[in-house]
Design a protein around this ligand. Sequence first.
Ligand code: MN
Length: 250
Amino acid sequence: MRPLVDTHCHVDLYPDPGAVIEAVERARTYVLAVTTTPSVFPAMVSLVGESKYVRPALGLHPELVAERWRELPLWVRLLPETRYIGEVGLDYSVGDRIAHARQRHVLSEILTRCNEVGNKILTVHSRRAEDDVIAAVGTGFCGKVILHWFSGTGRALERAIANGCYISVNPAMVQSRKFLDLLPRVPRERILLETDGPFVTAKTKIPVLPTELGGVVRALATTWDISEDEARAKTFQNFAVCLQEDDSDG
Ligand code: MN
């Protein structure tokens, strides 16, 4: 069976991050370990250590931009150290207009830098700001943008797809009727998996582990009318395509 790939997990925010890393190594599940500020990135790098499966991502979370925007130069300095970027994005459910403008400034700088270097893989937050995130990415972005926990409209989704974005699906999203109605409109080639752990919890209120993506795979298999093994293989293949370097001059 193909490995699972959790493209958005806050490994460092679990009560026992070491145990999470051991579990994903045992299960051979790949994990993009997002960070919320660049100042914690070095700690994430040491936490990940020699893990083959866990990859540290460099982030500056929109909900933290109001207090942490001064870390943007540090984010820029650390950019050469990883191919994986996140969590970054916009969140208009928090803060006022000034805070939103600051979030847009930070995201624009992040996208510009990533676009210059090329071939970065970004996991991007867009709550109540889907249109602005998708417009900021634009049509010729050199790299891969994964919209994490997409909760926008069908029209925003279409624009995201047209701009080349991927959609990562988590266990909470497949419980949402609204998202399940949109899911068939996403080309299969653009679907990836995520947990957003430890913020997504199972029915037991225990944080979902990156190894627990079976429910998402099942929902995809049902939507696509294929076997769970095939659905799982498809998500792995999609991530493999994400990893391919684009040589064309962007
Ligand atoms: Mn997250």
